[in-house]
Design a protein around this ligand. Structure first.
Ligand code: ZN
Ligand code: MN
Length: 131
C-alpha cells in the first residue's frame, strides 16, 4: 500500500509539531528554528520550513498568512480569531466567539462553496504601545 509520504510522521516532524504545540506565540519558521536548534543542533532552517509547510498542508497545524508579513504557524487548528500588531507583527489569539452565521450569509452571495473563514484584527500590542 502506498502511503502519502507527507502523512508520514518522521522523528523531526514529530519534534517540530511537539515544540509548536508548546507555544502560543504563532511563531514564524525562523522563530521555530531558534527554538528547535536547542534540542536539535543540526537541524537546518530549510528543514524546519519544509516540515512546517507539510504539516500545514496536511491540516495538522494552521498556517497564518496575514497582512503580507512572514508566515506564522499555529498548532491550534480550531476556528479562532487573531489580532496582529501593526508595528512588530506579533500575533495573539482573540477569544471572540466565531461567527458561524457569517459563513451561511456568505454562501448566499457566492457560487463558491464556503469551507471556512478568517478574521484578523489589527492593533498595537502592549509592548509597542509603551514606546
Ligand atoms: Zn507590537
Ligand atoms: Mn491562534
Amino acid at each position: 500500500m502506498n502511503v502519502n509520504p507527507k502523512l508520514r510522521m518522521t522523528k523531526q516532524r514529530q519534534l517540530i509539531l511537539e515544540e509548536l504545540r508548546k507555544v502560543k506565540t504563532h511563531p514564524t519558521a525562523d522563530d521555530m528554528y531558534q527554538i528547535l536548534r536547542k534540542r536539535m543542533p543540526k537541524i537546518s532552517l530549510g528543514t524546519v520550513y519544509r516540515n512546517l509547510e507539510i504539516l500545514s498542508e496536511t491540516g495538522i497545524i494552521q498556517k497564518l498568512e496575514v497582512g503580507g508579513t512572514q508566515k506564522r504557524f499555529d498548532a491550534d487548528t480550531s476556528t479562532h480569531y487573531h489580532v496582529r500588531c501593526a508595528i512588530c507583527g506579533r500575533v495573539a489569539d482573540l477569544h471572540l466567539a466565531p461567527d458561524m452565521n457569517v459563513e451561511k450569509e456568505a454562501a448566499k452571495l457566492t457560487d463558491f462553496q464556503i469551507l471556512r473563514h478568517r478574521l484578523e484584527f489589527i492593533g498595537i500590542c502592549p509592548e509597542c504601545k509603551e514606546h
